[in-house]
Design a protein around this ligand. Structure first.
Ligand SMILES: [Zn+2]
Length: 343
């Protein structure tokens, strides 16, 4: 009998619960709104009833490899407790893992959403395509999520809080960030930041096309803005140059620190890769001599391009968080097997 897993992608707006096999991918996905207003226990009950439904459907044909949950952080591990998550208001100090386990009566694995997205991109996306098992991923969304995968496993740090590169400093005296610092990367290169910068430009009176867009559609998206840039509007293009510049500064620091083979930019804003990547690469080349020494096609090192530093947009799209939650149990099983073999 083949195995299956269940993955839960808990977001501030949507809750997705899926059954998955390695041979067939996602078998069935349950999509629900995240009932934040009904309280966290109601959301846990929604998670558990979805999991029970999938267990009921698939347990007769497959055995369960495990249940993985991806959640917005900050998340303390291994206990699986949330600490003031900005996207889950009222959940401060909530022991998500304990609550779900006591309701289901079985163990679950909880991870931050950015970590599971990075895991999926490594094992099922660009990491698999390139034959690499380590990467650093930035997910550009409301904020900037970050996950670091080393040799096929999530790098957690001592408290489960590694991978907060969305909060590396780009401008010491820049705009105040929700984390308490100023001028963090996510103040320049998240979808939220791009909208804020565009609205500031519209209000300045010096960006007429952006002002017209904001007047026509006050809820304009980063996609609307990238359409404007692609049509040649210089003010919109400048905003994406700024996104690339900020990402390039942040990624140069990561390249200099980590020397990983692959850095991936994902999330909805990554659709504008062609607009912001020239400024990104110019900045990384300027600020990282590690990158200059290891850039594919230009590397002077032995091994050249095969051992180089690649920076690219993510292969997986909006399903990366859900897929990452689904494959989480398999990476844990492999860890157990590995330790059993080596001991
Ligand atoms: Zn910050």
């Amino acid at each position: 009998m083949n195995s299956f897993s269940i993955g839960v992608d808990l977001g501030g707006t949507n809750l997705r619960i899926a059954a998955y096999t390695r041979a067939s991918g996602l078998l069935e996905t349950i999509l629900l709104p995240t009932r934040l207003a009904a309280g966290r226990h109601a959301v846990v009950e929604d998670i558990c009833s979805g999991v029970r439904k999938l267990l009921h459907t698939y347990s007769s044909q497959h055995y369960l490899a495990g249940i993985g949950i991806g959640t917005p952080g900050p998340l303390e591990l291994p206990v699986g407790r949330l600490h003031s998550p900005p996207n889950l208001p009222g959940w401060d100090g909530f022991g998500l893992r304990e609550e779900v386990e006591s309701s289901l009566g079985m163990p679950v694995t909880v991870e931050s959403d950015a970590n599971v997205a990075a895991l999926a991109e490594c094992i099922l996306g660009s990491g698999r395509t390139l034959g690499l098992s380590s990467l650093c991923m930035l997910t550009l969304g409301t904020g900037i999520g970050n996950g670091i995968i080393l040799n096929g496993k999530i790098w957690h740090g001592v408290n489960g809080m590694a991978g907060e590169a969305g909060h590396v400093t780009i401008e010491p005296d820049g705009p105040a960030c929700g984390c308490g610092s100023n001028g963090c990367l996510e103040m320049y290169a998240s979808a939220t930041a791009v909208r804020r910068i565009a609205l500031d430009a519209a209000e300045s009176g010096k960006a007429p096309a952006i002002a017209a867009l904001a007047k026509r559609n006050p809820d304009f998206t980063t996609r609307d803005l990238s359409d404007l840039a692609e049509q040649g509007d210089p003010d919109a293009k400048r905003i994406f140059d700024g996104v690339g510049r900020a990402l390039g500064i942040g990624i140069a620091d990561l390249v200099n620190t980590l020397n990983l083979p692959l850095y991936v930019v994902g999330g909805g804003l990554a659709n504008a890769w062609d607009l912001f990547s020239p400024a990104l690469f110019a900045e990384v080349r300027h600020r990282s001599y590690v990158y200059r020494l290891t850039e594919p096609g230009r590397s002077v090192l032995n091994g050249g391009a095969t051992n180089g530093t690649r920076i690219m947009s993510a292969e997986l799209g909006a399903d990366s968080g859900l897929l990452g939650a689904c494959i989480l149990p398999y990476t844990l099983n492999r860890e157990k097997q590995g330790s059993a073999l080596s001991s």
